[in-house]
Design a protein around this ligand. Structure first.
Ligand code: PLP
Length: 467
Protein backbone atom coordinates (compact mmCIF):
# COMPACT_ATOMS: atom_id res chain seq x y z
CA UNK A 1 0.00 0.00 0.00
CA UNK A 2 1.02 3.63 -0.42
CA UNK A 3 0.80 6.10 2.47
CA UNK A 4 2.23 9.44 3.64
CA UNK A 5 5.05 10.87 1.47
CA UNK A 6 4.49 8.10 -1.02
CA UNK A 7 5.84 5.44 1.37
CA UNK A 8 5.22 2.03 -0.16
CA UNK A 9 4.71 -0.92 2.11
CA UNK A 10 5.26 -4.33 0.58
CA UNK A 11 4.61 -7.12 3.05
CA UNK A 12 6.08 -9.68 0.67
CA UNK A 13 9.42 -7.85 0.38
CA UNK A 14 12.57 -9.12 2.07
CA UNK A 15 13.26 -5.67 3.49
CA UNK A 16 11.73 -5.21 6.97
CA UNK A 17 8.69 -2.90 7.28
CA UNK A 18 10.62 -0.40 9.39
CA UNK A 19 13.41 -0.27 6.79
CA UNK A 20 10.82 0.32 4.04
CA UNK A 21 9.34 3.22 6.02
CA UNK A 22 12.79 4.70 6.68
CA UNK A 23 13.67 4.38 2.97
CA UNK A 24 10.47 6.15 1.95
CA UNK A 25 11.05 9.06 4.34
CA UNK A 26 14.72 9.37 3.32
CA UNK A 27 13.67 9.58 -0.32
CA UNK A 28 11.11 12.28 0.56
CA UNK A 29 13.79 14.28 2.38
CA UNK A 30 16.29 13.88 -0.46
CA UNK A 31 13.98 15.04 -3.21
CA UNK A 32 12.60 17.93 -1.18
CA UNK A 33 9.06 16.66 -0.53
CA UNK A 34 9.93 16.87 3.17
CA UNK A 35 11.63 20.20 3.80
CA UNK A 36 14.20 20.86 6.55
CA UNK A 37 12.34 21.51 9.80
CA UNK A 38 9.20 19.65 8.67
CA UNK A 39 7.51 17.65 11.37
CA UNK A 40 6.96 13.95 10.86
CA UNK A 41 3.63 12.40 11.88
CA UNK A 42 3.53 10.83 15.33
CA UNK A 43 4.33 7.11 15.62
CA UNK A 44 0.65 6.41 16.23
CA UNK A 45 -0.62 8.43 13.28
CA UNK A 46 1.79 7.01 10.74
CA UNK A 47 1.31 3.48 12.10
CA UNK A 48 -2.44 3.81 11.68
CA UNK A 49 -2.09 5.27 8.19
CA UNK A 50 0.22 2.51 7.02
CA UNK A 51 -1.48 -0.29 8.90
CA UNK A 52 1.64 -1.28 10.82
CA UNK A 53 2.50 -1.52 14.52
CA UNK A 54 3.53 1.63 16.38
CA UNK A 55 6.87 0.03 17.30
CA UNK A 56 7.62 -0.44 13.59
CA UNK A 57 7.35 3.30 12.93
CA UNK A 58 9.40 4.01 16.03
CA UNK A 59 12.20 1.79 14.75
CA UNK A 60 12.12 3.57 11.40
CA UNK A 61 12.38 6.98 13.11
CA UNK A 62 15.28 5.74 15.23
CA UNK A 63 17.11 4.59 12.12
CA UNK A 64 16.56 8.00 10.52
CA UNK A 65 17.75 9.76 13.67
CA UNK A 66 20.91 7.60 13.70
CA UNK A 67 21.61 8.75 10.15
CA UNK A 68 20.92 12.39 11.19
CA UNK A 69 18.07 12.71 8.73
CA UNK A 70 15.62 13.60 11.53
CA UNK A 71 15.88 14.86 15.08
CA UNK A 72 13.58 13.93 17.94
CA UNK A 73 12.46 17.23 19.53
CA UNK A 74 10.54 16.15 22.63
CA UNK A 75 7.00 17.50 22.71
CA UNK A 76 7.56 19.16 19.33
CA UNK A 77 7.72 15.69 17.75
CA UNK A 78 10.29 14.50 15.26
CA UNK A 79 11.60 17.00 12.72
CA UNK A 80 13.65 16.83 9.55
CA UNK A 81 17.13 18.15 10.33
CA UNK A 82 17.82 21.62 9.00
CA UNK A 83 21.22 21.02 7.49
CA UNK A 84 20.33 17.98 5.44
CA UNK A 85 21.18 18.81 1.83
CA UNK A 86 18.34 18.06 -0.50
CA UNK A 87 19.67 16.03 -3.36
CA UNK A 88 17.59 16.72 -6.39
CA UNK A 89 18.78 14.68 -9.30
CA UNK A 90 20.53 17.03 -11.69
CA UNK A 91 21.84 16.07 -15.09
CA UNK A 92 25.62 15.74 -14.97
CA UNK A 93 27.51 18.12 -17.22
CA UNK A 94 29.07 16.53 -20.29
CA UNK A 95 32.59 15.35 -19.52
CA UNK A 96 35.29 17.18 -21.38
CA UNK A 97 39.03 16.70 -21.40
CA UNK A 98 40.84 19.97 -21.20
CA UNK A 99 43.98 18.41 -22.62
CA UNK A 100 42.28 17.81 -25.97
CA UNK A 101 40.88 21.30 -26.29
CA UNK A 102 37.83 20.69 -24.13
CA UNK A 103 35.63 18.94 -26.64
CA UNK A 104 33.22 16.33 -25.30
CA UNK A 105 34.45 12.79 -24.73
CA UNK A 106 33.29 9.65 -23.04
CA UNK A 107 29.86 9.05 -24.48
CA UNK A 108 28.57 5.80 -23.03
CA UNK A 109 28.96 4.10 -26.38
CA UNK A 110 32.05 4.92 -28.43
CA UNK A 111 31.28 7.05 -31.47
CA UNK A 112 32.79 6.12 -34.83
CA UNK A 113 36.45 7.16 -35.22
CA UNK A 114 36.98 7.50 -31.46
CA UNK A 115 40.67 6.86 -30.82
CA UNK A 116 42.12 4.66 -28.15
CA UNK A 117 39.22 2.25 -27.69
CA UNK A 118 39.27 -1.37 -28.79
CA UNK A 119 36.56 -2.67 -31.12
CA UNK A 120 33.39 -3.37 -29.15
CA UNK A 121 32.27 -6.04 -31.61
CA UNK A 122 35.49 -8.07 -31.23
CA UNK A 123 35.42 -8.26 -27.46
CA UNK A 124 34.93 -11.92 -26.41
CA UNK A 125 32.10 -11.13 -23.99
CA UNK A 126 30.85 -14.69 -23.34
CA UNK A 127 34.35 -16.03 -22.70
CA UNK A 128 35.13 -13.04 -20.49
CA UNK A 129 32.00 -13.59 -18.42
CA UNK A 130 32.95 -17.23 -17.90
CA UNK A 131 36.49 -16.33 -16.78
CA UNK A 132 35.11 -13.62 -14.51
CA UNK A 133 32.74 -16.13 -12.89
CA UNK A 134 35.59 -18.53 -12.32
CA UNK A 135 37.74 -15.76 -10.85
CA UNK A 136 34.89 -14.71 -8.55
CA UNK A 137 34.65 -18.27 -7.21
CA UNK A 138 38.44 -18.53 -6.83
CA UNK A 139 38.74 -15.31 -4.86
CA UNK A 140 35.53 -15.38 -2.79
CA UNK A 141 37.16 -17.05 0.19
CA UNK A 142 40.06 -14.59 0.39
CA UNK A 143 38.10 -11.36 -0.09
CA UNK A 144 38.48 -10.47 3.57
CA UNK A 145 42.28 -10.47 3.38
CA UNK A 146 44.23 -7.45 2.18
CA UNK A 147 45.63 -8.47 -1.20
CA UNK A 148 49.23 -8.01 -2.32
CA UNK A 149 49.44 -4.35 -3.33
CA UNK A 150 52.00 -5.19 -6.03
CA UNK A 151 49.43 -7.36 -7.79
CA UNK A 152 48.42 -11.02 -7.66
CA UNK A 153 51.46 -13.31 -8.03
CA UNK A 154 49.74 -15.35 -10.76
CA UNK A 155 49.07 -12.31 -12.94
CA UNK A 156 52.53 -10.85 -12.41
CA UNK A 157 54.03 -14.14 -13.59
CA UNK A 158 51.71 -14.19 -16.65
CA UNK A 159 52.68 -10.62 -17.53
CA UNK A 160 56.39 -11.42 -17.23
CA UNK A 161 55.89 -14.45 -19.50
CA UNK A 162 53.89 -12.45 -22.05
CA UNK A 163 56.49 -9.67 -22.12
CA UNK A 164 59.27 -12.18 -22.78
CA UNK A 165 57.39 -13.71 -25.72
CA UNK A 166 55.75 -10.67 -27.27
CA UNK A 167 57.89 -7.68 -26.33
CA UNK A 168 61.34 -9.24 -25.89
CA UNK A 169 61.54 -8.06 -22.27
CA UNK A 170 63.38 -10.36 -19.86
CA UNK A 171 62.13 -9.62 -16.36
CA UNK A 172 61.35 -11.44 -13.15
CA UNK A 173 57.76 -11.28 -11.80
CA UNK A 174 59.15 -9.42 -8.76
CA UNK A 175 59.84 -6.47 -11.08
CA UNK A 176 56.22 -6.38 -12.31
CA UNK A 177 53.61 -4.19 -10.59
CA UNK A 178 49.97 -4.35 -11.60
CA UNK A 179 48.40 -0.90 -11.73
CA UNK A 180 45.17 0.86 -12.63
CA UNK A 181 46.34 1.42 -16.17
CA UNK A 182 49.07 3.61 -17.61
CA UNK A 183 47.79 6.66 -15.77
CA UNK A 184 48.29 5.11 -12.33
CA UNK A 185 51.65 3.58 -13.29
CA UNK A 186 52.96 6.99 -14.35
CA UNK A 187 51.72 8.55 -11.14
CA UNK A 188 53.53 5.96 -9.01
CA UNK A 189 56.76 6.23 -10.98
CA UNK A 190 56.86 10.00 -10.73
CA UNK A 191 56.62 9.67 -6.96
CA UNK A 192 59.29 7.00 -6.77
CA UNK A 193 61.79 8.85 -8.94
CA UNK A 194 61.49 12.02 -6.82
CA UNK A 195 61.94 14.23 -9.85
CA UNK A 196 60.09 17.28 -8.63
CA UNK A 197 61.69 20.40 -10.09
CA UNK A 198 63.49 18.43 -12.81
CA UNK A 199 63.23 18.66 -16.59
CA UNK A 200 61.82 15.84 -18.70
CA UNK A 201 62.31 15.29 -22.41
CA UNK A 202 58.83 15.04 -23.87
CA UNK A 203 57.73 14.18 -27.38
CA UNK A 204 56.49 17.09 -29.52
CA UNK A 205 53.80 16.23 -30.55
CA UNK A 206 53.07 13.95 -27.59
CA UNK A 207 50.31 12.51 -25.43
CA UNK A 208 48.67 15.55 -23.77
CA UNK A 209 47.61 13.76 -20.58
CA UNK A 210 51.14 12.64 -19.80
CA UNK A 211 52.37 16.22 -20.32
CA UNK A 212 49.72 17.48 -17.90
CA UNK A 213 50.63 14.75 -15.40
CA UNK A 214 54.30 15.76 -15.48
CA UNK A 215 53.28 19.34 -14.73
CA UNK A 216 51.24 18.21 -11.72
CA UNK A 217 54.27 16.30 -10.44
CA UNK A 218 56.34 19.48 -10.61
CA UNK A 219 58.30 18.31 -13.65
CA UNK A 220 58.92 20.63 -16.61
CA UNK A 221 58.09 18.82 -19.84
CA UNK A 222 60.55 20.09 -22.46
CA UNK A 223 59.12 19.61 -25.96
CA UNK A 224 61.57 17.70 -28.16
CA UNK A 225 60.81 17.33 -31.86
CA UNK A 226 59.66 13.97 -33.16
CA UNK A 227 60.36 12.85 -36.73
CA UNK A 228 59.97 9.59 -38.64
CA UNK A 229 62.57 7.98 -36.34
CA UNK A 230 60.86 9.06 -33.12
CA UNK A 231 62.13 11.54 -30.52
CA UNK A 232 65.28 13.34 -31.61
CA UNK A 233 67.52 12.66 -28.61
CA UNK A 234 70.38 14.83 -29.88
CA UNK A 235 68.01 17.79 -30.04
CA UNK A 236 66.67 16.85 -26.61
CA UNK A 237 70.15 16.81 -25.07
CA UNK A 238 70.76 20.31 -26.40
CA UNK A 239 67.36 21.69 -25.35
CA UNK A 240 67.49 20.31 -21.81
CA UNK A 241 71.02 19.32 -20.82
CA UNK A 242 70.01 18.69 -17.20
CA UNK A 243 66.90 16.64 -17.89
CA UNK A 244 66.45 13.80 -15.40
CA UNK A 245 63.96 11.75 -17.38
CA UNK A 246 62.59 11.14 -20.86
CA UNK A 247 59.03 10.00 -21.44
CA UNK A 248 58.69 8.26 -24.79
CA UNK A 249 56.42 6.02 -26.87
CA UNK A 250 59.12 4.10 -28.81
CA UNK A 251 56.91 1.23 -29.98
CA UNK A 252 54.58 3.48 -31.97
CA UNK A 253 54.94 7.16 -31.31
CA UNK A 254 51.73 8.79 -30.08
CA UNK A 255 50.29 10.28 -32.26
CA UNK A 256 52.46 9.80 -35.38
CA UNK A 257 52.76 6.01 -35.07
CA UNK A 258 56.46 6.02 -36.02
CA UNK A 259 58.51 3.33 -34.25
CA UNK A 260 61.73 4.71 -32.78
CA UNK A 261 64.68 3.70 -34.94
CA UNK A 262 67.43 1.47 -33.56
CA UNK A 263 69.95 4.28 -33.78
CA UNK A 264 67.76 6.60 -31.73
CA UNK A 265 67.04 3.84 -29.21
CA UNK A 266 70.74 3.25 -28.65
CA UNK A 267 71.39 6.99 -28.37
CA UNK A 268 68.56 7.38 -25.86
CA UNK A 269 69.84 4.53 -23.68
CA UNK A 270 73.35 5.96 -23.82
CA UNK A 271 71.98 9.37 -22.80
CA UNK A 272 70.27 7.77 -19.80
CA UNK A 273 73.35 5.88 -18.63
CA UNK A 274 75.66 8.84 -19.13
CA UNK A 275 73.74 11.00 -16.65
CA UNK A 276 72.02 8.38 -14.46
CA UNK A 277 68.76 9.45 -16.03
CA UNK A 278 65.54 7.51 -16.37
CA UNK A 279 63.57 6.58 -19.45
CA UNK A 280 59.85 5.99 -19.01
CA UNK A 281 58.65 3.81 -21.85
CA UNK A 282 54.93 4.14 -22.62
CA UNK A 283 54.21 0.92 -24.51
CA UNK A 284 50.49 1.71 -24.75
CA UNK A 285 49.85 -0.28 -27.92
CA UNK A 286 52.21 -3.14 -27.07
CA UNK A 287 52.34 -5.50 -29.98
CA UNK A 288 49.22 -4.05 -31.61
CA UNK A 289 51.24 -2.91 -34.59
CA UNK A 290 49.35 -3.14 -37.86
CA UNK A 291 51.82 -2.60 -40.65
CA UNK A 292 54.78 -4.77 -39.76
CA UNK A 293 55.99 -6.96 -36.94
CA UNK A 294 55.93 -4.96 -33.72
CA UNK A 295 59.32 -3.54 -32.81
CA UNK A 296 60.51 -4.97 -29.46
CA UNK A 297 60.11 -2.85 -26.38
CA UNK A 298 62.89 -0.46 -25.43
CA UNK A 299 63.06 -2.33 -22.10
CA UNK A 300 64.29 -5.37 -24.04
CA UNK A 301 67.52 -3.47 -24.73
CA UNK A 302 68.17 -2.14 -21.25
CA UNK A 303 67.03 -3.31 -17.84
CA UNK A 304 68.77 -0.67 -15.72
CA UNK A 305 67.44 2.73 -16.77
CA UNK A 306 64.20 1.92 -18.61
CA UNK A 307 60.92 1.75 -16.75
CA UNK A 308 58.40 -0.01 -18.94
CA UNK A 309 54.65 0.70 -18.73
CA UNK A 310 52.00 -1.37 -20.48
CA UNK A 311 48.23 -1.16 -20.39
CA UNK A 312 45.33 -3.51 -21.10
CA UNK A 313 43.20 -0.52 -22.17
CA UNK A 314 43.91 -1.09 -25.87
CA UNK A 315 44.50 -4.82 -25.89
CA UNK A 316 41.53 -5.90 -23.74
CA UNK A 317 39.32 -3.02 -22.57
CA UNK A 318 39.75 0.43 -21.01
CA UNK A 319 36.88 -0.38 -18.65
CA UNK A 320 39.21 -2.80 -16.88
CA UNK A 321 41.40 0.10 -15.72
CA UNK A 322 44.39 -2.22 -15.62
CA UNK A 323 47.99 -2.04 -16.72
CA UNK A 324 51.43 -2.79 -15.34
CA UNK A 325 54.89 -1.46 -14.99
CA UNK A 326 58.21 -3.24 -15.07
CA UNK A 327 60.86 -1.61 -12.93
CA UNK A 328 64.63 -1.95 -12.90
CA UNK A 329 65.64 -4.01 -9.82
CA UNK A 330 67.03 -0.91 -8.09
CA UNK A 331 63.54 0.67 -7.96
CA UNK A 332 61.61 -2.37 -6.76
CA UNK A 333 61.84 -1.66 -3.02
CA UNK A 334 60.73 1.96 -3.38
CA UNK A 335 57.87 0.90 -5.66
CA UNK A 336 56.71 -1.60 -3.08
CA UNK A 337 56.54 1.19 -0.53
CA UNK A 338 54.67 3.61 -2.75
CA UNK A 339 52.19 1.13 -4.23
CA UNK A 340 51.55 -0.33 -0.78
CA UNK A 341 50.85 3.10 0.65
CA UNK A 342 49.12 4.97 -2.15
CA UNK A 343 48.38 2.84 -5.16
CA UNK A 344 47.53 -0.79 -4.46
CA UNK A 345 46.78 -3.03 -7.43
CA UNK A 346 43.21 -3.42 -8.79
CA UNK A 347 40.75 -5.92 -7.24
CA UNK A 348 42.06 -9.52 -7.24
CA UNK A 349 38.93 -10.81 -8.97
CA UNK A 350 39.74 -8.71 -12.05
CA UNK A 351 43.41 -9.65 -11.93
CA UNK A 352 42.54 -13.35 -11.79
CA UNK A 353 40.25 -12.88 -14.79
CA UNK A 354 43.05 -11.31 -16.80
CA UNK A 355 45.52 -13.96 -15.63
CA UNK A 356 43.14 -16.70 -16.83
CA UNK A 357 42.69 -14.89 -20.15
CA UNK A 358 46.45 -14.85 -20.71
CA UNK A 359 47.20 -18.31 -19.28
CA UNK A 360 44.63 -20.08 -21.45
CA UNK A 361 46.02 -18.51 -24.62
CA UNK A 362 43.07 -16.21 -25.29
CA UNK A 363 45.10 -13.02 -25.01
CA UNK A 364 47.51 -13.77 -27.84
CA UNK A 365 44.64 -15.10 -29.97
CA UNK A 366 42.59 -11.98 -29.29
CA UNK A 367 45.55 -9.76 -30.21
CA UNK A 368 46.02 -11.62 -33.51
CA UNK A 369 42.34 -11.32 -34.30
CA UNK A 370 42.28 -7.60 -33.49
CA UNK A 371 45.36 -6.95 -35.61
CA UNK A 372 43.77 -8.59 -38.65
CA UNK A 373 40.46 -6.79 -38.18
CA UNK A 374 42.03 -3.38 -37.52
CA UNK A 375 44.31 -3.63 -40.55
CA UNK A 376 41.32 -4.39 -42.74
CA UNK A 377 39.27 -1.54 -41.20
CA UNK A 378 42.17 0.86 -41.64
CA UNK A 379 42.46 -0.09 -45.31
CA UNK A 380 38.74 0.46 -45.85
CA UNK A 381 38.80 3.87 -44.15
CA UNK A 382 41.98 4.87 -46.02
CA UNK A 383 40.40 3.95 -49.34
CA UNK A 384 37.22 5.84 -48.45
CA UNK A 385 39.23 8.95 -47.50
CA UNK A 386 41.13 8.81 -50.76
CA UNK A 387 37.85 8.51 -52.68
CA UNK A 388 36.56 11.75 -51.15
CA UNK A 389 39.89 13.46 -51.81
CA UNK A 390 41.20 13.74 -48.23
CA UNK A 391 44.95 13.21 -47.63
CA UNK A 392 45.86 10.95 -44.75
CA UNK A 393 48.79 9.33 -42.97
CA UNK A 394 48.96 6.27 -40.77
CA UNK A 395 49.49 6.65 -37.03
CA UNK A 396 49.23 3.67 -34.69
CA UNK A 397 45.62 2.52 -34.61
CA UNK A 398 44.51 5.78 -36.20
CA UNK A 399 44.68 7.56 -39.51
CA UNK A 400 45.48 11.24 -39.54
CA UNK A 401 43.74 13.51 -42.02
CA UNK A 402 46.24 16.26 -42.81
CA UNK A 403 44.67 19.72 -42.86
CA UNK A 404 46.28 23.00 -43.93
CA UNK A 405 48.45 24.39 -41.08
CA UNK A 406 46.45 26.88 -39.05
CA UNK A 407 43.11 25.10 -39.55
CA UNK A 408 41.13 25.15 -36.32
CA UNK A 409 41.05 21.38 -35.88
CA UNK A 410 39.57 21.63 -32.38
CA UNK A 411 36.51 23.45 -33.74
CA UNK A 412 36.34 20.91 -36.53
CA UNK A 413 36.34 18.04 -34.03
CA UNK A 414 33.50 19.69 -32.17
CA UNK A 415 31.52 20.03 -35.38
CA UNK A 416 32.16 16.35 -36.13
CA UNK A 417 30.98 15.47 -32.65
CA UNK A 418 27.70 17.20 -33.33
CA UNK A 419 27.41 14.83 -36.30
CA UNK A 420 28.06 11.88 -33.94
CA UNK A 421 31.62 11.26 -35.09
CA UNK A 422 34.58 11.41 -32.73
CA UNK A 423 37.84 12.33 -34.47
CA UNK A 424 40.50 13.86 -32.22
CA UNK A 425 42.23 17.12 -33.19
CA UNK A 426 45.99 16.96 -33.76
CA UNK A 427 46.99 20.45 -32.57
CA UNK A 428 46.48 19.83 -28.79
CA UNK A 429 49.21 17.17 -29.01
CA UNK A 430 51.69 20.04 -29.44
CA UNK A 431 52.90 21.95 -26.38
CA UNK A 432 54.26 24.77 -28.51
CA UNK A 433 52.71 26.25 -31.65
CA UNK A 434 51.18 23.40 -33.64
CA UNK A 435 53.20 22.99 -36.82
CA UNK A 436 50.50 20.74 -38.22
CA UNK A 437 46.72 20.56 -38.04
CA UNK A 438 44.74 17.42 -38.58
CA UNK A 439 42.12 15.00 -37.39
CA UNK A 440 43.01 11.61 -35.93
CA UNK A 441 40.51 8.91 -36.82
CA UNK A 442 40.52 5.75 -34.74
CA UNK A 443 40.14 2.76 -37.04
CA UNK A 444 39.14 0.18 -34.46
CA UNK A 445 35.40 0.62 -34.23
CA UNK A 446 34.46 1.34 -37.84
CA UNK A 447 33.54 -1.89 -39.61
CA UNK A 448 34.46 -1.97 -43.32
CA UNK A 449 30.84 -1.87 -44.47
CA UNK A 450 30.28 1.49 -42.74
CA UNK A 451 33.55 3.14 -43.74
CA UNK A 452 32.26 4.87 -46.89
CA UNK A 453 29.14 6.32 -45.29
CA UNK A 454 30.96 7.54 -42.17
CA UNK A 455 33.84 9.04 -44.14
CA UNK A 456 31.35 10.86 -46.38
CA UNK A 457 29.60 12.25 -43.33
CA UNK A 458 32.94 13.44 -41.96
CA UNK A 459 33.96 14.93 -45.31
CA UNK A 460 30.70 16.91 -45.36
CA UNK A 461 31.51 18.29 -41.88
CA UNK A 462 35.00 19.30 -43.04
CA UNK A 463 33.68 20.92 -46.22
CA UNK A 464 31.01 22.72 -44.21
CA UNK A 465 33.57 24.12 -41.78
CA UNK A 466 36.45 24.92 -44.10
CA UNK A 467 34.43 26.06 -47.10
C1 PLP B 1 49.92 7.54 -25.52
C2 PLP B 1 49.02 6.82 -24.57
N1 PLP B 1 49.52 6.27 -23.47
C3 PLP B 1 48.74 5.56 -22.60
C4 PLP B 1 47.39 5.40 -22.83
C5 PLP B 1 46.57 4.49 -21.95
O1 PLP B 1 46.26 4.92 -20.73
P1 PLP B 1 45.44 4.05 -19.68
O2 PLP B 1 46.13 2.76 -19.42
O3 PLP B 1 45.49 4.95 -18.48
O4 PLP B 1 44.07 3.83 -20.21
C6 PLP B 1 46.82 6.00 -23.93
C7 PLP B 1 45.36 5.90 -24.15
O5 PLP B 1 44.74 6.58 -24.89
C8 PLP B 1 47.65 6.70 -24.84
O6 PLP B 1 47.14 7.25 -25.95
Amino acid sequence: MEGSFGIRIDRGARLSLSAQIADGIRAAIRDGRLAPGARLPSWNDLAAQLGVARGTVRMAYEELADGQFVMPSGAAGTRVTGRMPTMRPEPEPIRTRAAFGGFPIGSSTALPFQVGVPAADLFPAALWTRLLGQAARDTAATQTDYPDSRGEPGLRAEIAGYLAVARGVACHPSQVFVTHGYAAALNVILRVLRVQGADALFEEPGYPFARTALGWAGVRAVPVPVDADGLDIAAGGALAPHAAIALVTPGQQAPTGAPMSLERRLALIEWAHAGERWIIEDDYLGELQLTRRAAPALASMDSQRVIHIGTFSKTIAPGLRMGYLVAPPTLVAALQEVTGTLAPAPPPVMQHTVAGFIRQGHYLRHLRRMKRAYASRRDAIGAALSRVGLDWEEGGLALCIALPAGTNDVALSRAAHAAELAPVPLSPWFAGPATRAGLLLGVTNVPEARADALVERLAAVIRGATG
